[in-house]
Every structure is written in structure tokens, then in C-alpha cells.
Design a protein around this ligand. Structure first.
Ligand SMILES: C[S@@+](CC[C@H](N)C(=O)[O-])C[C@H]1O[C@@H](n2cnc3c(N)ncnc32)[C@H](O)[C@@H]1O
Length: 393
């Protein structure tokens, strides 16, 4: 079959890429098609997503196109407002005051804006390490941060190519877990996995029997939540366990803050979400067909925060809590910081600041959809911002 029912977006008009972009995408299609052939005609969607996003030189994050902000495909919190990084810096300062080391390790630093916001707000920070899978983004981060920061601040930053040893400090991952490859499964009597084949003209969806580890994982979710309805389809991310285990092993003492869009498991696999959460971004159009423009569009899936929390505990972290981004930012001084910056500024700047506060924290904007999961290793930090309050608390 040529599309996964409900995973295409009928009627969606996407902007046409230029000839160079189409040629780039065609090169990636050839590489993925060759992989499909060596695998006997089908690869799992997780492998397709991995290649579409991270194939060296060709994948969406590995290649040189703009991704973030107005000229790109999507906007993340640090791109929306410096208030995001300022609030994270306030949280960092609060835990540093309790004895946490004044060092940060940021995964997937995007354009580098979050790093700039934090490092400029927190003069006591000793060291800022960045680990990104994308060589192109690393180059962009270096160019941006060198231009943006004083030489003294810039020299606090170090780019890593693998996990550090004996890390001691604060780990940040904003919108990183949603960019990790997922399996797509549907229930038709038994569980089926949806993978990708190639027929010479383009990719096709192919279903196959999942590996036992995949079946075990989805069945353990069913055991927790009750049987899923016939035809139910969703995603399963099996990367959280290995990623958190490797992170735990590389940390001597750490506070880890994971920020992303996602749900707790009963909401993630809610009957009303019977087509899953897979989302694609191309030039600020949001749709659900991951086979369009391979290498030119972002492909993401929401984060199952219970799966992430379970993997964290199994890796030796102690959970500090899960709150909405709105709760987290408000508890870390979002309104006070906005007022402070608005003081003495013109009306337009004040209006912009109040719009930024709304976008970051209102429930109908990013406030509820995004969550913050905090965990610690070998620390006993008090984190009032992680206490749940209010309707969702
Ligand atoms: C959606 S972007 C978010 C960028 C940035 N954090 C922001 O909020 O603007 C996802 C980023 O995560 C990176 N990434 C994905 N998986 C990663 C991993 N396992 N380790 C390090 N970086 C990763 C990608 O290369 C990309 O830079």
C-alpha cells in the first residue's frame, strides 16, 4: 500500500522545494532504498526515521538547511523568547546554590540560542558542554555563539563528540527526545509493525511481525492501561532506555531536565489518539506524512513521559517530578523576569514580551503540551518548581 491510512494529509498543500533541495532529497532516497534492499525489502519505521533525520550529510538534522525560526521549519522555546533560557538559568542557579556543580551539559543544542541565554544570565557557570548528533548544527552553534558572546563566555563552551566521563552538573535536553526514532505499531488481532519498502518510484508502507522486544514493550503498556481497540495505531520509542542508561553511566552527580511535548502514558495511548502522535514539519506546515520530502522535513513523535520516567528509574536516576512547562517556567520567575525586562522599554517591546510569556506558558499554547521531567543522580536537590499544582497537578 502506498500510504498508511491516516498518516497522509489529504488536501495539504506543501510549498515546493527548489531544484537543489529536490536533488538532495533524491540522494537520500537512493541511500535509504539501498538500505531497504540490503535488509530484504523492508526496514522498520525507526530505521527510516533515523536515516531521514541523521544520515551523515543527507539527513534532515545532518544536512545544511535552516531548520529553526522563521526561515526554517519550526520554532522552539529558546527561539521564541530569551525568557525560556533565563528561567532555566534561574533553576540552575537555585540548584547550584544547594551544592550542584556549576556545569551544564546540553544535548541537541539546535541554533545555540538556549546556551547563549543561559550562559549570559548565569555568570557563575564554569563550563557549558554541548553534545549534538548533527555536525552541521555544531558548526552553526559555533558561528552563532562566537558572534553572540564575549570571548570570555565563549571559551566556557566545549563541544563533545561523545558522552563525557564522570559528568558532574546539570543536563538539559530541550526537544531532543521527540527527535528520536520510533516504531509504528497497529493492532489487527495481533500487533503489526509498519515499516518502509521501496518500489522504484518511491517508498511504500509495509507491515511485518515486530521483534519480540517490541511486542513485549507494547504488551506491557496494554497490561497497564487495558487492551487497545482493534485498529489502534501508535508509536513506541525504545531509545529512552539505552539513552538514559548511557547518560546515567556517564554522570557522577547530575540533575537532568528533559523538556518536550508529550503526555503521560494514559493520555499518550488514549483511545482518542488512535492514530498516534507522529508529526512532520516543513516550512511551518504541520502534517503527518513522514514519506514526503525525505531529508527536507522534520519528523517527530510526542514523548511518552511514563516510559521515560520508568527508563530513568531503571537506569539509576531518582525522579524529582513531572510538571507542565507553564508550571515550571512560572515557578522559575517567568512573570518577574518579563516585568524586569519590560521595565523602561517601549510599548512594542512590552507587547512582544507579554506575547512571549503567553506562548511559553498558556495552557492552550506551549504551556500544557510541553512538560518538564526532572531526575537526579547522587544529589538531593530541593526543587519546588517540580511540585505539581493546579488542575493538572
Ligand atoms: C528539535 S531539535 C531541538 C533543538 C534545540 N534543543 C531547541 O530547542 O531549539 C532536536 C535536536 O536534538 C539533536 N539530537 C537528537 N537526538 C540526539 C542525541 N541522542 N544526542 C544528541 N543530540 C541529539 C538533533 O541533532 C537536534 O539538534
Amino acid at each position: 500500500m502506498n500510504h498508511l491510512p491516516g498518516h497522509d494529509s489529504p488536501g495539504l498543500e506543501l510549498p515546493q522545494p527548489d531544484a537543489a533541495a529536490i536533488a538532495h532529497s533524491a540522494r537520500l532516497v537512493d541511500v535509504i532504498a539501498a538500505r531497504i534492499e540490503t535488509r530484504g525489502g523492508v526496514i522498520g519505521f525507526d530505521e527510516y526515521m533515523q536515516m531521514a533525520l541523521y544520515e551523515p550529510g543527507l539527513g534532515y538534522y545532518s544536512a545544511a538547511a535552516s531548520k529553526f525560526g522563521a526561515p526554517g521549519d519550526f520554532v522552539t522555546a529558546p527561539e521564541i523568547s530569551p525568557l525560556f533560557g533565563i528561567c532555566l538559568a534561574r533553576q540552575a542557579a537555585a540548584v547550584i546554590a544547594q551544592g550542584c556543580s556549576a556545569r551544564i551539559l546540553e544535548f541537541g543544542a539546535g541554533s545555540g540560542k538556549l546556551c547563549a541565554q543561559i550562559i549570559s544570565t548565569l555568570p557563575t557557570l564554569e563550563h557549558y558542554q554541548i553534545l549534538d548528533l548533527s555536525a552541521d548544527l555544531k558548526q552553526r552553534q559555533q558561528n552563532y555563539l562566537r558572534a553572540e558572546l564575549s570571548a570570555e563566555l565563549f571559551h566556557k563552551i566545549e563541544w563533545l563528540s561523545s558522552l563525557p566521563q564522570e559528568f558532574d552538573g546539570i543536563v538539559l535536553a530541550n526537544e531532543v527526545l521527540d527527535a528520536m526514532p520510533v516504531h509504528i505499531l497497529s493492532k489487527q488481532g495481533e500487533w503489526h509493525e509498519h515499516g518502509i519498502g521501496y518500489h522504484g518510484q518511491g517508498f511504500t508502507w509495509q507491515s511485518f511481525t515486530p521483534k519480540q522486544a517490541v511486542i513485549d514493550s507494547i504488551r506491557s503498556i496494554e497490561a497497564r492501561l487495558g487492551d487497545f481497540a482493534e485498529g489502534y495505531r501508535s508509536e513506541l520509542n525504545l531509545n529512552f532506555g539505552p539513552w538514559l542508561k548511557a547518560l546515567a553511566q556517564s554522570c557522577k552527580r547530575a540533575l537532568v531536565l528533559i523538556i518536550d511535548y508529550g503526555y503521560e502514558q494514559d493520555q499518550y495511548y488514549h483511545p482518542m489518539r488512535a492514530r498516534g502522535t507522529l508529526t512532520c514539519h516543513y516550512q511551518h506546515r504541520v502534517h503527518s506524512d513522514p514519506l514526503v520530502y525525505p531529508g527536507l522535513q522534520d519528523i517527530t513523535a510526542f514523548v511518552d513521559f511514563d516510559a521515560c520516567a520508568d527508563a530513568a528509574e531503571a537506569s539509576g536516576f531518582v525522579l524529582s517530578g513531572l510538571v507542565t512547562q507553564g508550571q515550571f517556567l512560572l515557578a522559575n520567575g517567568l512573570l518577574e523576569e518579563a516585568q524586569r525586562r519590560a521595565h523602561g522599554s517601549d510599548n512594542l517591546s512590552q507587547l512582544a514580551l507579554s506575547q512571549q510569556v503567553g506562548t511559553l506558558s498558556l495552557p492552550q499554547e506551549m504551556g500544557d503540551k510541553f512538560k518538564v521531567l526532572a531526575m537526579q543522580k547522587n544529589l538531593e536537590l530541593e526543587m519546588p518548581a517540580m511540585q505539581r499544582r493546579g488542575v493538572h497537578g
